[in-house]
Design a protein around this ligand. Structure first.
Ligand code: SAH
Length: 390
């Protein structure tokens, strides 16, 4: 097997599975992009097996500490292990991320399940090249009606993979409805995996929808960055007095309205830039939810991103009525939990209010965190309550 000799002090010696170009001492055996390679330290001791792509910044991603082929048996085993983990964790296995990349020992492979339909992403070259083996393993493990390839992530360019959306197994399911068990009676969502503007759901937030809905009975709720209305719908179904949902995307607002109808609830869905909405809003709320997209994809833009969070935190806090609750989320890996909490505190100081921490949230258990691979932890959220004026 061809391979790489890795320099001392590389992150792989600290439990990570990635090898960057700057960490390579030398190549041997002339590996080509997409190959399975072996990793060695400078004393020629084996460090395991990896997938290789010199086009990517992350040149190698380890798949095993042993010698390992990327064969059908490997995919079946890893996929079965991933599904067993979800079953054990108690997440609703029908509406879940079944496989999540490095966190499941399958770098670049993401599989989401929507009832009988699976959505597959293959975001690394080696996995993309072996997508037929992955489909075969999924068919055996899950027995789905269809498998849709949704390779339309910005990550693909870095790996030299063309964007592609296709049915890999079964037929296009078209538009269908799934039910998330986040509140009593469930919350229905309309899904279109192949043709929809924004397909699928933010599965990582389903637990948060449930937790916030528990606080919502009789309350006036504002859901900013609502997407298809996850928080808004759960709160409305849980008996909120009123629900306003804001998103800058037209299709997201249309989806929120369609989902509201499907669930028999009323949501005041507004297509608006949330920053402007918060700035000019004259109403007061009992619960303000802020769940924006990541404001930063890299360390360089982190300061700007934190200014963005500070702005929405300040405005959000100002809209809270007595005992109001702020639920705020950050899905950028680069902003740490502490940094995000500090940001909320700074905003509360400017607003001259004191907040009490009610709950800390993270990504749902179907997006497992590997502490040795910090990139696997990205979502953090805090629920805070306004303390009486003092
Ligand atoms: N809260 C949702 C997920 C939100 S994803 C859930 O739990 O399912 C982030 C959303 O923010 C996307 O729908 C995107 O369209 C929207 N968005 C991005 N920039 C925005 C802006 N400046 N103002 C309002 N919405 C924005």
């Amino acid at each position: 097997m061809p391979g790489i000799v890795i320099k001392p002090r590389a992150r792989i010696f600290h439990g990570h599975d990635w090898v960057y170009a700057s960490e390579i001492r030398k190549l041997f055996g002339e590996p080509v992009a997409g190959d399975v390679i072996s990793l060695k330290d400078y004393r020629d001791r084996p460090l395991g097996t990896a997938i290789y792509n010199p086009e990517s910044q992350i040149v190698a991603r380890r798949i095993s500490r042993r010698k390992q082929q990327l064969d059908s048996e490997f995919f079946k085993r890893r996929i079965e292990q991933a599904i067993a983990l979800r079953e054990k964790s108690g997440v609703d296995i029908n509406l879940a991320r079944l496989v999540w990349s490095e966190s499941d020992g399958l770098p670049g492979v993401v599989v989401d399940r929507y009832g009988g339909h699976l959505v597959l992403q293959t975001l690394t070259l080696a996995m993309y090249q072996r997508r037929e083996l992955i489909v075969e393993a999924l068919v055996e493990a899950v027995g789905p009606e269809s498998i849709i390839l949704r390779n339309d992530s910005p990550m693909l360019a870095a790996e030299g993979i063309e964007e592609e959306v296709a049915v890999l197994y079964g037929d296009n399911p078209g538009v269908f409805v799934v039910e998330a068990p986040t509140v009593e009676g469930g919350v229905k969502f309309e899904i279109d995996l192949l043709d929809g503007q924004k397909t699928g759901l933010y599965l990582d937030q389903l637990d948060a929808h449930r937790e916030i809905a528990k606080l919502a009975k009789g309350k006036r709720v504002l859901d900013c960055f609502c997407n298809q209305g996850g928080f808004a719908l759960a709160c409305a179904k849980a008996g909120a007095a009123s629900v306003t949902a804001v998103d800058s995307s037209g299709p997201a607002i249309e989806a929120t309205l369609r989902n509201a109808e499907l669930n028999g609830v009323e949501i005041n869905a507004v297509q608006h830039n949330a920053f402007d909405f918060l700035k000019h809003c004259e109403d007061q709320y009992d619960i303000v939810i802020l769940d924006p997209p990541s404001f930063t994809k890299n360390k360089k833009s982190l300061n700007n991103a934190m200014r963005g969070y500070k702005e929405i935190h300040l405005r959000g806090i100002k809209l809270l009525d007595r005992d109001g609750v702020l639920a705020t989320y950050c899905c950028s890996h680069h902003a740490s939990r502490q940094m995000f909490l500090d940001n909320i505190v700074t905003a509360s100081v400017d607003a001259k209010r004191t907040l009490r921490l009610v709950a800390s949230h993270g990504q749902r258990l179907d997006h497992p965190v590997i502490p040795a691979i910090p990139e696997t932890e990205y979502l953090k959220g805090f629920v805070l309550e306004l303390m009486p004026s003092r």
